[in-house]
Design a protein around this ligand. Sequence first.
Ligand SMILES: Nc1ncnc2c1ncn2[C@@H]1O[C@H](COP(=O)(O)OP(=O)(O)OP(=O)(O)O)[C@@H](O)[C@H]1O
Ligand SMILES: [Mg+2]
Length: 328
Amino acid sequence: MIELHHLEKRFGGSLAVQDLNLIFPDGELTALLGPSGCGKTTTLRMINRLTEPSGGRVLLGGQDTRTLKPEALRRGIGYVIQQVGLFPHLNVAQNVATVPDLLGRDRRATAARVDELLDLVGLDPDTFRHKRPGELSGGQAQRVGVARALAADPPVLLMDEPFGALDPLARDRLQDAFRDIQRRLRKTVVMVTHDIDEALRLGDRVALMNAGRLEQFGTPDDLIYRPVSDFVRQFLGEDAALRQLAGQPVGRFMVALHGPDGLQPGRAGTGGAASPLPAVAVEETLNARSALSVLLREGTDRLTVTRGGQPVGTVGWHDLRASGPERP
Ligand SMILES: Nc1ncnc2c1ncn2[C@@H]1O[C@H](COP(=O)(O)OP(=O)(O)OP(=O)(O)O)[C@@H](O)[C@H]1O
Ligand SMILES: [Mg+2]
């Protein structure tokens, strides 16, 4: 757990960050979101003391980071930045192994770990192990950057616009890959972004900053459906709810035909086991926004949701808006 208490950063006469109070929960990804210049990078850098706070405290696992040597602190925290910052004279394997080598870890174990990590980020170790950063595409270099940050197996990962330099397609793919990695590894991640979709898609929680202050901290649904201010509403935009649906499989919203263990009867609804299933079906992996389009196009109020072609539930307009206060 990372705690920020009354954190403040002053550059000359102006406050880049002021009275920031935030808790980043263990094992969750928190997106630090906000307009350019609002203090995201400064906040992130105060966590690993690349920037020293002017006031307030940062606690890491309950310990005040000022009591730790900055180098020791940073070795325990993975850090990924947009420009990746790979060492150009080292090959991919050596780049990924930087921190384990620094920590004096066993060479053979490290080599195996490097291969495992390259696999994890979707780079074939045999193909990429010996390449130099100059021989990589932007997306490949960012994957190496993520692998390097994970190499020492730090419980905490700080990421500053890690996918920012990528074209939309490569960014989508790397975001998906990272989401899978995070589901498995459950690191405590703070990810700076000014990309709303990225924040809503990857963030378990979102901290929205505005002019050095925290505007709202909550789940993506909190920000979309329960914005605390006009700023939040405007920053997310009118179509935030629709965009949020685009990032989620329709299976998340369906009413199951049977309970999770397949034994209990499902919630009775129009799609309950006793009544006939809606004629139009979609796979559970389809994104929820596309399912909404199907609903509208077909002029029906419910769809059957299938898994591998077998019906597993149904979904209607109200289910897709289930997290919103508008639900009747
Ligand atoms: N080293 C510095 N010296 C002086 N001012 C700085 C320094 N670093 C940042 N600032 C100022 O602090 C404010 C916050 O900067 P910061 O880099 O944290 O913003 P950001 O939210 O990360 O923005 P962006 O989305 O553009 O990266 C800005 O007004 C910036 O000009
Ligand atoms: Mg920044």
